[in-house]
Write a protein that binds this ligand. Sequence first.
Ligand SMILES: Cc1cc2nc3c(=O)[nH]c(=O)nc-3n(C[C@H](O)[C@H](O)[C@H](O)COP(=O)(O)O)c2cc1C
Length: 231
Amino acid sequence: MTFYAINGSPRKRGNTAVLLDKALQGVKDVIPDADTKIIHVYDYSYTGCVSCYACKRKGGKYYGRCAKKDAISSLLPELSQADGLIIGSPVYFHSLTGQLQAFLERLLYPYLAYGKEYYSIAPKHMPVAFVYTMNATEEKAQQMNYQIKLSPMEEYAGVVFSPPAVLYCYDTCQFDDYKRYMAQRFSEEKKLQRRQEHFPIDCENARGMGRAMAQKITGQNPTAEGSPGRI
Ligand SMILES: Cc1cc2nc3c(=O)[nH]c(=O)nc-3n(C[C@H](O)[C@H](O)[C@H](O)COP(=O)(O)O)c2cc1C
């Protein structure tokens, strides 16, 4: 069985990457011989959907497939055969990173059929999860409606593959050493305290999310601890 984490951050050792790694460990807790892979989208050179509509053309060669040729052309069909997808993004300007947004346009749009309602022509309906990391505190994120602002891709992924679990990680550390950066709006002391006290809990939640995904696949009942759902 193959499970992919898709890292929408340019940082390979940043907050998002760490949580994705934990989520894949959670998969392995349940399925030790699972094949787990992390895709760093910033390693690839590609664009978002270019509206060629080859994926929608009746009887066309590319119906239900992305016709655009670039560095992710062979990766997209591989991902659509996965047994589970865990998608991670830092919040950039109240949204996913642009690079991840472009990646998901290419992954999801060919499988989104324009019926009277949208329906899916994806080859597989694997479990999906989204993980977000952000500077905002939980309170600020609520005030700024981040759950709603971040939800469109979750909804499309839900139609195409399956309704996702969602995990939010708030108030992350952005810099290793705050003193070296112009960042008066943040208290270094509070950020480091949060990192020490709360980030390990975020990591455990991510691991639980991975476990819950694997349990879904193996038909086990997710435990309360293994199933963070939308938190
Ligand atoms: C270009 C840019 C835009 C950002 N915009 C937001 C934002 O709108 N809201 C927020 O809470 N954090 C924002 N952040 C902070 C990141 O979301 C946060 O530091 C995140 O944990 C970084 O993830 P990473 O360590 O995986 O790269 C922004 C960071 C960058 C670099």
